[in-house]
Write a protein that binds this ligand. Structure first.
Ligand SMILES: *[C@@H]1O[C@H](CO)[C@@H](O)[C@H](O)[C@H]1NC(C)=O
Ligand SMILES: *[C@@H]1O[C@H](CO)[C@@H](O)[C@H](O)[C@H]1NC(C)=O
Ligand SMILES: *[C@@H]1O[C@H](CO)[C@@H](O)[C@H](O)[C@H]1NC(C)=O
Ligand SMILES: *[C@@H]1O[C@H](CO)[C@@H](O)[C@H](O)[C@H]1NC(C)=O
Ligand SMILES: *[C@@H]1O[C@H](CO)[C@@H](O)[C@H](O)[C@H]1NC(C)=O
Ligand SMILES: *[C@@H]1O[C@H](CO)[C@@H](O)[C@H](O)[C@H]1NC(C)=O
Ligand SMILES: *[C@@H]1O[C@H](CO)[C@@H](O)[C@H](O)[C@H]1NC(C)=O
Ligand SMILES: *[C@@H]1O[C@H](CO)[C@@H](O)[C@H](O)[C@H]1NC(C)=O
Ligand SMILES: *[C@@H]1O[C@H](CO)[C@@H](O)[C@H](O)[C@H]1NC(C)=O
Length: 573
């Protein structure tokens, strides 16, 4: 017993008095040493036996790193070249005679573990969890300078260092979140697949300072996490309760795979009893982690009981990893996928909030908000909030369900087969109440169709609506609007309704030329604005607009369209 406490005292003193320039010779690793995952020397342990450097198993192979001994599992605190493939059991680690620390793979490749130009004379796994290389008198490389997802007592996180979470507790490759020590003195957490802007941040230490020097995050020996500056007093970020009856405790702060920065204590009672405790969490609600549920999904639940769900009309990218986001489960774009008469439904979800970058904001009533999305091919969801209607295109990110948000989201979805078709209305403002004119110019392909139609005399009387795809009106970026023309513009375009092409039940169709470029258009002049004519007009407009706004930019889609709507049936000149 006396021996055990003596050892513990020794461990503590080593832990606390590790000096950078005074190499501790206890447990020194000499040049020419090597490790292999299948020999009984697969790691170099620290004198206390609390930390080890070497091979640990990862997937079907092995990774190189440092771990804290634990029960039942070890805790990996550092990984060399963490995004490299695991190596096979034939790989070896060498502290070579040339003074290099390297990993020799089965294929004979030699990858540097410590990328340092100086030549090492020895190495050591220290009790602090720091693996160091010495040149004889000084440390020339240390793992503490290359943090992965964890910092330990004695380690400093200084600008521009960052911690990147692991994929999971069993895969230590770079994961989905990072926490950066910024130049402005703030420690801020972001999702990895973001631009790292303030809208992406989900946690910050709020420790801005003017002087841009000397700021670092570190532990003291009681396991208190501080932010230090040269000019100001250190700021206490988190404190530990020092839980273990005056026995050795090891503290670590880890950006966990779920994106939450946590402070842990590991209490080393004896070799077989090692308890782990969460001392502090930067966030208590999993859903507060931006991007915890990836694109097109939303987070619900409180505390650590969080769940990701796809929005209506979307399906999981990987059903076994629900946080990995969702895709739109309609094979084609909404607009092109529709046959005449079959429209889309709207599904309403309340209390939803996501990143608010709408492409369009309308002053609509609640009831019209969903309708407005239905009518707009670009729109995947409309969010009604604070008496405004915002329209969005997928992908949508940072979704959460929060009962305290009084929002309503309208998702456009493919109708279930049983659902009655929704009608789609496009309101065209007519300048004069007597006559309504609509002019349509064609996009290049449509125009070709038109020419073919004329040249083959496929003249049809009845349904004479032609729609417009002017490059300026429907851009590739997807800005879509129906443009209305004034009576005088159309009069000019048709040279005063000179050349009649055909006549339908509600009006005659005239040939015209648009002033911008020499696009040929057909203009239908409604001769009676009866309710019936208007209704019919709108119905046809609806179906053709559907048709048009879909696949105009992509040849492949057009071909599909042409099959469904042969040229002559929609250009009935
Ligand atoms: C770890 O995760 C990364 C990224 O998801 C993946 O590419 C890699 O194959 C995983 N490694 C193992 C050993 O499962
Ligand atoms: C220990 O590791 C195994 C295998 O990776 C895992 O199934 C188990 O949940 C882990 N136990 C703890 C307490 O982390
Ligand atoms: C490891 O090396 C041995 C001998 O060189 C070879 O027979 C074996 O196939 C190798 N193992 C793997 C997994 O490649
Ligand atoms: C080693 O570091 C140098 C300079 O920092 C860098 O150019 C080189 O790519 C690194 N080599 C490896 C294998 O990481
Ligand atoms: C070790 O490195 C330090 C600092 O880089 C240098 O001053 C010292 O001369 C080196 N010692 C040896 C033996 O190379
Ligand atoms: C961390 O910072 C302290 C104070 O600035 C310094 O004494 C210590 O050597 C640093 N530790 C490492 C591992 O760089
Ligand atoms: C821990 O040590 C302190 C002084 O070193 C002592 O006052 C305290 O009672 C000890 N706690 C336990 C639980 O033994
Ligand atoms: C280790 O500590 C636990 C809890 O304090 C105790 O139950 C167990 O007997 C101890 N084991 C040894 C080998 O001392
Ligand atoms: C909603 O608001 C109430 C009262 O302000 C609060 O107690 C509750 O925790 C909030 N719920 C959520 C999920 O934020």
């Amino acid at each position: 017993m006396a021996l055990v406490s003596g050892l513990l005292l020794l461990m503590l003193s080593i832990l606390f008095e590790e000096a950078r320039t005074q190499p501790n010779r206890f447990g020194e690793i000499h040049l020419g040493s090597q490790l292999s995952p299948i020999s009984n020397l697969d790691s170099w342990q620290s004198p206390s036996g609390n930390f080890a450097f070497g091979f640990y198993s990862q997937g079907n192979g092995f990774a190189v790193g440092i771990w804290m001994m634990g029960q039942p599992n070890n805790t990996v605190v550092w990984t060399a070249n963490r995004d490299d493939e695991p190596v096979s059991f034939n790989a070896t680690i060498h502290l070579s005679e040339e003074g290099k620390l390297l990993l020799r793979t089965e294929q004979g490749n030699e990858n540097l573990i410590a990328n340092v130009s100086e030549i090492a004379a020895s190495a050591s796994m220290l009790d602090s969890g720091n693996f160091v290389l010495y040149n004889g008198s000084s440390i020339i490389w240390q793992s503490f300078d290359y943090p992965t997802d964890t910092i330990l007592v004695g380690q400093n996180l200084t600008y521009p260092d960052k911690l990147v979470s692991s994929v999971s507790s069993s895969n230590h490759s770079s994961g989905r979140f990072f926490i950066a020590m910024q130049e402005d003195g703030n420690l801020v957490a972001y999702p990895t697949n973001s631009a790292g802007l303030s809208v992406d941040a989900y946690w910050a230490s709020d420790t801005y300072q003017d002087s841009k020097k000397g700021l670092s995050l570190y532990f003291n020996h009681q396991g208190f996490l501080f932010m230090d500056t040269v000019s100001k007093k250190p700021v206490l970020l988190a404190r530990s309760s020092y839980p273990c009856n005056n026995k050795t405790a090891i503290f670590r702060a880890t950006l966990d795979a779920d994106g939450i920065f946590r402070l842990y204590s590991h209490c080393l009672e004896n070799k077989t009893s090692r308890s782990v405790r969460i001392e502090w969490s930067a966030l208590n609600n999993q859903c507060d982690v931006r991007g915890f549920c990836d694109f097109n999904s939303y987070c619900s639940g409180t505390g650590t009981n969080a769940d990701c769900s796809c929005y209506p009309g979307f399906a999981f990218n990987d059903p076994s990893e629900k946080f990995s986001g969702c895709y739109k489960n309609v094979p084609e774009s909404f607009c092109t996928g529709t046959k005449e008469g079959q429209m889309y439904d709207v599904i309403t979800v309340e209390n939803i909030l996501f990143e608010r970058y709408p492409y369009s904001v309308l002053d609509e009533k609640k009831n019209n908000c969903g309708l407005s999305c239905l009518e707009d091919c670009l729109c995947d969801v409309a969010l009604y909030m604070n008496e405004r209607c915002e329209k969005y295109t997928a992908p949508i990110r940072y979704g959460i369900k929060d009962v305290n948000e009084s929002s309503i989201a309208f998702f456009k979805v493919k109708p279930t087969p049983a659902a009655p078709p929704m009608s789609l209305t496009i309101i065209i403002e007519s300048k004069k109440s007597l006559l309504v004119f609509l002019a349509i110019a064609f996009g290049s392909v449509t125009f070709l169709c038109f020419v073919i139609a004329i040249s083959t005399f496929c003249v049809y009387r009845d349904r004479a609506y032609l729609y417009e795809k002017l490059s300026g009106i429907i851009s590739l970026a997807g800005e879509f609007t129906l443009r209305s023309f004034s009576y005088s513009e159309l009069e000019k375009a048709t040279s005063g309704f000179m050349e009649e092409l055909g006549r339908g039940s509600i009006g005659a169709v005239y040939r015209g030329t648009m002033p911008r470029g020499d696009r040929t258009v057909a203009v239908k002049r409604l001769e009676k604005v009866l309710d019936e004519g208007e209704k019919k007009f709108r119905a046809e407009l609806g179906s053709v607009a559907w048709f048009l706004c879909g696949g105009l930019s992509e040849g492949s889609r057009l071909r599909v369209l042409e099959k469904r709507h042969p040229c002559r049936s929609f250009i009935p000149v």
